[in-house]
Design a protein around this ligand. Structure first.
Ligand code: FMN
Length: 302
C-alpha cells in the first residue's frame, strides 16, 4: 500500500500526463507530498537524493523547452526535483527507484506526473536546488492535476491500453535452462502461466514508464532467482551523453526495480536484491547484468 492505495492499482493508474488543469496543487496535498519526500530519499543500493517540490512559475515552464526534454508539457503546476552525487556506483538506478516511488505516491494523491529527462544540471532547476559542484539533476518530474478526462477510465481499460504500448512478454522475460548451461538463458521466453505468483510482479515491470518508451528491462528466471538485465538501445546513451543528458536507461532499471519490489512486497513475496551475476551469455554487447531478486528473507539494502 502507498497513500492508502494498492501498489498494483497505482501502477495501473499512472500514465505520462502531459496536460495539466489550471489548478494549483492544494496546500495540504503539497504538505503530504513533501512529508513523503523527506522520509523516502534512499534507494536499494544505498544512495540518497536531495528532493524538493517546487511550484512551477512561467519562467520554469519556458525553461523546459531548452533542456532537451521531448514532448510538449502543458501547464505543469509543480516539479519534483532530485539532486544527487555524481559518483556512487548504481546512483542512477537508485534515482529511478526513489523518484518512481514518489510518482506512485503522487498518483495516489490524485496527481498526474510525467518523467522528464534533460540537461537540468546547469539549469534554473539546479539553481533552485542550490546544486553543489559534485551533484547532478538527472531528471525531473512534472506534476499537477490532470486536465485530460479521457484518462479517467476504469483500471482494466487503462491496463490494456498501456499494454498495447509495451513489448510482449516473450521479448522481455526468459527462463534459463535448469542445467549448468550458461549459453541459452535468453532463448526460452517465460510464459505467463510458468511465472506463478511472480506473473503479476513481471506484469508490473512491463507497465513501468521508460525513457522514450524503450523498455530496456529484461528478466531471466533461474530456478528460484530472478536476474534483471539492461538491454541498451543502440546509440541512445552516447547521443544523450553528447547532449549532456544523464544515462536514462539506468534510471529506467531503477524504476523497474521499484515496481518489482513494491509489488512483491504487496503480494507477500518476500525477497531481497543481491549482486549475484550468474555469468550467463548475453544476446549481445548491449545487454548487461544489473541485479538479482532472491526470494526468501525480507529485503534490505545491498
Ligand atoms: C527516465 C525517463 C525520462 C523521460 N523523459 C521524458 C521527456 O523528456 N518527455 C516526455 O514527454 N516523456 C518522457 N518520459 C515518459 C515516457 O515517454 C513514457 O514513460 C513512455 O512513453 C511510456 O508511457 P506511459 O508513461 O504513459 O506509460 C520519460 C520517462 C522516463 C522513465
Amino acid at each position: 500500500m502507498l497513500a492508502g492505495a494498492s501498489v498494483t492499482d497505482l501502477i495501473d493508474k499512472r500514465y505520462s500526463c502531459r496536460t495539466y488543469a489550471d489548478t494549483p496543487i492544494a496546500a495540504e496535498t503539497q504538505r503530504t507530498l513533501e512529508t513523503f519526500l523527506a522520509a523516502h530519499n534512499t534507494g536499494p543500493f544505498g544512495s540518497t537524493v536531495r528532493l524538493a517540490l517546487i511550484a512551477a512559475t512561467e519562467a520554469d515552464r519556458l525553461a523546459l523547452k531548452g533542456l532537451g526534454t521531448y514532448g510538449f508539457i502543458r501547464n505543469p503546476m509543480g516539479f519534483i526535483i532530485g539532486a544527487m552525487e555524481e559518483t556512487p556506483e548504481r546512483n542512477l538506478e537508485d534515482f529511478g527507484w526513489i523518484l518512481e516511488q514518489i510518482v506512485l505516491y503522487a498518483t495516489g494523491l490524485g496527481l498526474g506526473t510525467v518523467w522528464l529527462g534533460g540537461t537540468f544540471t546547469k539549469s534554473r532547476f539546479a539553481q533552485l536546488m542550490d546544486l553543489h559542484a559534485s551533484e547532478q539533476v538527472p531528471a525531473v518530474i512534472a506534476t499537477g492535476y490532470p486536465a485530460d478526462e479521457k484518462h479517467a477510465l476504469d483500471l482494466f481499460i487503462r491496463r490494456r491500453a498501456k499494454g498495447d504500448h509495451r513489448l510482449p512478454w516473450a521479448q522481455l522475460f526468459y527462463e534459463a535452462p535448469t542445467d549448468e548451461n550458461k549459453k541459452d538463458a535468453f532463448h526460452k521466453p517465460l510464459l505467463e502461466d510458468r511465472a506463478g505468483r511472480y506473473a503479476e510482479v513481471l506484469e508490473m515491470v512491463r507497465q513501468a514508464p521508460s525513457a522514450s518508451n524503450k523498455q530496456p528491462w529484461r528478466v531471466v528466471r533461474d530456478r528460484e532467482c530472478w536476474h534483471l538485465y539492461l538491454q541498451r538501445t543502440r546509440g541512445y546513451a552516447p547521443r544523450n551523453a553528447l547532449l549532456g543528458v544523464a544515462d536514462m536507461q539506468r534510471i529506467d532499471m531503477g524504476i523497474a526495480m521499484c515496481h518489482w519490489e513494491l509489488t512483491a512486497e504487496e503480494l507477500g513475496l518476500g525477497g531481497r536484491w543481491e549482486q549475484a551475476d550468474p555469468s550467463f551469455e548475453t544476446p549481445n554487447d548491449l545487454t548487461s547484468y544489473v541485479v538479482s531478486w532472491v526470494p526468501g528473507e525480507a529485503k534490505g539494502q545491498l
